[in-house]
Design a protein around this ligand. Structure first.
Ligand code: SIN
Ligand code: FE2
Length: 228
C-alpha cells in the first residue's frame, strides 16, 4: 500500500476509536468550562503525578486517612486526611476546619508539589491554609455539595485528580439546578472560582482500577482552599 493510503487507513481507525470530542478534550493544557468550573486537562504529567503521590503518602503517614461520619450519622465512602494549618473534618457535631487531626497532632505541612499547582493556577497571591486529601476506593463517591465551610468564599478552590477517573458533576447555586458531568483524569486540575465558587459539585462514581498510578487502584483528590 502506498504510504498515503496507510496513513489514511490509520487515521480512519484512530477516529473510529476516539470521538472528536475526546480528541479535543484530551489536548493538554486547553481549559474546559464545565458550568463555570474550569478544568485543566493533563495539567500534571506522569512524573509530576508520581512525585505528588509520594508527597501525599508522607502526609498520610503523619495524619492517617479516616472515614468520617456526617452530622446526619452517615459514614462517608471517601477516606480523608489533610495538610496545612487546618484540616476539614466532620463528625456528629458538624462540618468544620480543625487545627488538629484525630490522632492528636497538628496536620503536616502542605507539600511543595501541591502548593506549586495552586501558585500556578489559582490567580491569587495568597497561599492556601488547608489541603484536603480524599481517597476514593472501589464504590466510593461524593454526593452533590457546596464548599462553604470557609470563612471567605471569594478565594478559589483548586482541586487535583490522581489515579482512576472520577465522574465530576457540576451544577449551580441551588441543588436542583441543571448539572453537567465530565470524567476527571489523573493529572487534571479543576478550579472553582468567581460565580462557580459556590456551585454544587460531586463525584458520581469512579472507574476503579482503570488507572495505573495507584498500584492498588483508586482515586485521590487533593483540594486546596483558604479556609480561615
Ligand atoms: C470535593 O468536592 O471535596 C472532592 C471533589 C473531587 O473528588 O474531585
Ligand atoms: Fe467539594
Amino acid at each position: 500500500m502506498a504510504l498515503q493510503a496507510v496513513v489514511a487507513a490509520d487515521l480512519v481507525q484512530f477516529s473510529e476509536s476516539f470521538s472528536m470530542v475526546d480528541l479535543f478534550d484530551t489536548e493538554p493544557g486547553a481549559p474546559v468550562d464545565l458550568m463555570g468550573a474550569v478544568i485543566w486537562p493533563c495539567w500534571l504529567d506522569r512524573a509530576a503525578q508520581t512525585a505528588m503521590l509520594a508527597d501525599l503518602r508522607d502526609v498520610a503517614r503523619a495524619a492517617p486517612f479516616r472515614q468520617y461520619e456526617t452530622p446526619g450519622g452517615h459514614k462517608m465512602s471517601v477516606r480523608m486526611t489533610a495538610a496545612g494549618e487546618v484540616g476539614w473534618v466532620t463528625d456528629r457535631s458538624g462540618y468544620r476546619y480543625a487545627s488538629q487531626h484525630q490522632s492528636g497532632g497538628s496536620w503536616p505541612e502542605i507539600p511543595a508539589s501541591v502548593l506549586d499547582v495552586w501558585r500556578a493556577i489559582s490567580g491569587v497571591d495568597r497561599d492556601p491554609d488547608s489541603c484536603l486529601v480524599n481517597y476514593y476506593g472501589e464504590g466510593a463517591k461524593m454526593s452533590l455539595h457546596q464548599d462553604k465551610d470557609e470563612a471567605d468564599h471569594h478565594w478559589p478552590v483548586v482541586s487535583i485528580s490522581l489515579g482512576d477517573p472520577g465522574l465530576f458533576r457540576v451544577g449551580g447555586m441551588v441543588r436542583k439546578d441543571p448539572t453537567k458531568s465530565r470524567w476527571l483524569m489523573s493529572g487534571d486540575v479543576a478550579v472553582l472560582s468567581g460565580d462557580a465558587r459556590l456551585a454544587y459539585h460531586g463525584i458520581d462514581r469512579i472507574r476503579f482500577g482503570e488507572g495505573d498510578l495507584l498500584p492498588d487502584g483508586g482515586r485521590i483528590n487533593v483540594t486546596l482552599r483558604v479556609a480561615q
